[in-house]
Design a protein around this ligand. Sequence first.
Ligand code: GSH
Length: 270
Amino acid sequence: MTAAIPADARQSDKTPIILYGFGPWMGLPDASHYTVKTEIQLRMAKLRYVKDVTGFAAAPKGKLPYIRDTDGSVVADSTFIRAHIERSRGLDLDAALKPRQRAEAWAVERMLEDHLGWAIAWFRWVPEEAFQAGPARFYDAAPAELQDDLRNAARARVISNLQAHGLGRHAYDEIAELGLRSLNALAMLLGGGDYLFGSGMSAVDATATAFLATLTVPPLASPLRDRVLQLDNLTDYTQRNMARFFPPVPKPAAMPALHGDAERELMAAG
Ligand SMILES: N[C@@H](CCC(=O)N[C@@H](CS)C(=O)NCC(=O)O)C(=O)O
């Protein structure tokens, strides 16, 4: 399945980039926070892309996102996708940053992607209530006899990855404590500003926005979600950036005039 994104002038090539993701989920543009990050970065770069949600089995690194660029090259991992689009198009998503800010932005991005991102996954996949209300629903459209096997296999894979990373070896409260420290650090760095660093949007703002939206938009309870909702600067920042990069779908054109009462009743009932 593919969904077109409106074209932009910077990409002269008519062929769009193909972005492989999981697809929209619970109010998010994609179920994967790393894929939402890449979508924001592609939009920052004003590059046209289409989403393909059928590519997981062929993912070069067993994870999403990855892209197939207009020249056919395949690039996996959100950080390498960013590097690839910057190199191949002569762009700099950190153009608003000074050298020291670039270094700080990289450090914060690693905190988000290699630390907080795993805590987000843990609170999504491990506590039974969040799992049943969230990721278990990914498989609702699969044949009924396969659903439980698919749910259990995916959950076991994520739990095994969390163990290998190390975060998954901690207890609930310990993971919450670590995640909260990262969220507090992020809130302190943002302060009252519009961006984490510098005078304009940079690549790390894409990561932060994507991860904070992933924590807050789906109504899945977690201590991390509670903390973000207490931090007004983080929630305002997230809403502002999500509205900027994923503006609401335009309302359908006005309905043509109806011809009779029967038709009007039908519309009201529908
Ligand atoms: N370092 C990767 C992380 C991507 C990642 O963890 N993707 C997750 C979804 S959020 C995934 O595909 N997981 C599937 C699995 O592990 O089975 C990136 O930045 O793209």
